[in-house]
Design a protein around this ligand. Structure first.
Ligand SMILES: [Zn+2]
Length: 472
């Protein structure tokens, strides 16, 4: 329409009321006040009694403001209503996520469908350390149709022109999208994205604390712990495994000095298959302020040997006496974390007491000020100081809470770990899958010489429990 006005095709614009022209008052105003008069267009808004030929649209700007306010109010009301709805038993906007259908009779509840097994398989492969790209390839090999193709087929649209050309070719991104969706843990996360405001269609991610999460809303395809593990894997860019099938520790080996991921290199030697080195050392070894003075060199064989014997030791301890082993792990974590957690609990109590005191003092000071016992200046100076202390205490409290939570998580992790390691009885060899199921991180230290002997420390961080070796 605008174009037609510009080339003079249109002489009169008639709308039912002003809000039809636009909800935004600046924009509406621009047309009624500037654009139409400039292009010699007569403008009529029937219900609002506006006709530019009568020259009586002084009231129009107010109408525009009211229209905008009305639209904003509606958008806010809808948002609030959605939140309430989400909190009272869930809310699914749009299609059900891949692997689920909306339940019959309740569109806000999810039930697994025949694709549940596909999603479970995807998480399983990701846990074993496969990259999104490779998972996609595996799905293709198994002739599993991509979600869009499946959906369109179910709607009878397989002959539509926009039906995917390659219905079995899974992109890295669509795999990633599924693996990072928390819905598969059984939690329903409502309103993960919302519209920026009522004026645009663009959506933005809602901060975690404002999302409405309903735990155990439907059947889970993956445990929370495994889901978190997969998220960690997704964050790190992984070279594809098939390039270096020997590198069973892919993505897990770190430098103790600079926290870099050690680089794997295939070796041409007959006895050594591959080696790890710190990339920061290789790159900056000649510069003076290099963080890494040594290469942190270790061979694949040395690392495998170290890891295997550590895993075997833990498997043996767990097999001998599960209860005793769990107790041993608990003690290990207590010696470090528990005392810290206990201390944090004590400190929190103290901080809470002080916060309570400050409240009482502020209250009393306020009364003193009302009755003229202290001057306004003094009141302001003192309350400022107390408020600063309050803020600081609140900060500390959230820090303490985080530490305690971390500890409690670890305590639960011990049971999970014992369960996990017990599955590997009689283990004689490590492979990619076992390593990625059991281990979170391996930290390699520089070589040290003592009495002609070279020693090299390797720290192993197991899943759920972290570093549990007693001798480091
Ligand atoms: Zn380094």
């Amino acid at each position: 329409m605008i174009q037609d006005i510009e080339i003079g095709k249109i002489g009169t614009v008639i709308v039912k009321d002003l809000s039809r022209l636009g909800r935004e008052y600046l924009q509406t105003g621009y047309y009624t006040e500037i654009f139409f008069p400039q292009n010699d267009v007569r403008f009529i808004a029937v219900n609002d009694g506006v006709d530019s030929d009568n020259g009586d649209n002084e009231f129009a700007p107010f109408k525009n403001i009211i229209n905008e306010w009305y639209a904003k109010d509606c958008s806010r009301k809808i948002k609030t209503a959605l939140h309430t709805k989400a909190r009272n038993g869930g809310l699914i906007m749009g299609k059900a996520p891949f692997g689920y259908d909306k339940a019959e009779g309740n569109v806000h509840r999810l039930v697994p469908n025949e694709n549940a097994e596909v999603v479970k398989l995807m998480f399983q492969l990701a846990l074993e350390g496969m990259s999104c790209h490779l998972i996609g390839k595996e799905l293709e090999r198994r002739k599993i149709m991509i979600p869009k193709a499946q959906y369109m087929t179910s709607q009878g649209l397989q002959d539509a022109p926009n039906f995917p050309k390659h219905k079995y070719v899974w992109g890295r991104r669509s795999v990633h999208k599924i693996l990072s969706n928390p819905v598969y843990t059984g939690d329903m996360v409502c309103l993960r994205r919302i519209r920026k405001n009522f004026k645009t269609k663009q959506s933005v991610e809602v901060p975690k604390e404002e999302q409405v999460i309903i735990p155990n809303a439907h059947e889970a395809f993956v445990s929370h712990a495994d889901f978190e593990m997969v998220q960690k894997r997704l964050e790190t860019k992984q070279r594809d495994y098939h390039l270096n099938p020997d590198n069973i520790f892919r993505g897990l080996v770190f430098c103790s000095d600079c926290n870099c991921r050690l680089a794997y290199q295939r070796s041409t030697s007959k006895t050594i298959k591959g080696t790890y080195r710190c990339p920061a050392h290789i790159r900056y070894r000649s510069s003076e302020n290099s963080t890494c003075k040594t290469s942190h060199y270790i061979t694949l064989e040395q690392l495998t040997k170290t890891l295997l014997s550590d895993v075997q030791m833990n498997v043996r301890l767990a097999a001998e006496d599960r209860e005793k082993y769990a107790e041993h792990l608990r003690k290990l974590s207590e010696s470090g974390k528990n005392s810290e957690a206990a201390l944090c609990k004590q400190k929190s109590e103290k901080a809470n007491k002080r916060l309570y005191e400050i409240d009482a003092i502020l209250q009393k000071m306020y009364e003193d000020r009302v009755f003229g016992v202290i001057s306004d200046e003094r009141y302001i100076a003192m309350s400022k100081k107390l408020e600063a202390e309050q803020a600081e205490l609140k900060n500390q409290l959230s820090e303490y809470a985080a530490i305690v939570e971390e500890y409690e998580k670890k305590a639960k992790g011990i049971d999970d770990f014992v369960e996990l390691i017990s599955q590997y009885e009689n283990i004689t060899e490590l492979d990619h899958e076992i390593v990625h199921m059991l281990i979170d991180k391996i930290v390699v230290f520089g070589r040290e010489k003592s009495n002609k002997e070279t020693i090299q420390r390797v720290e192993i961080y197991y899943r759920f429990v972290g570093n549990i070796s007693t001798n480091s």
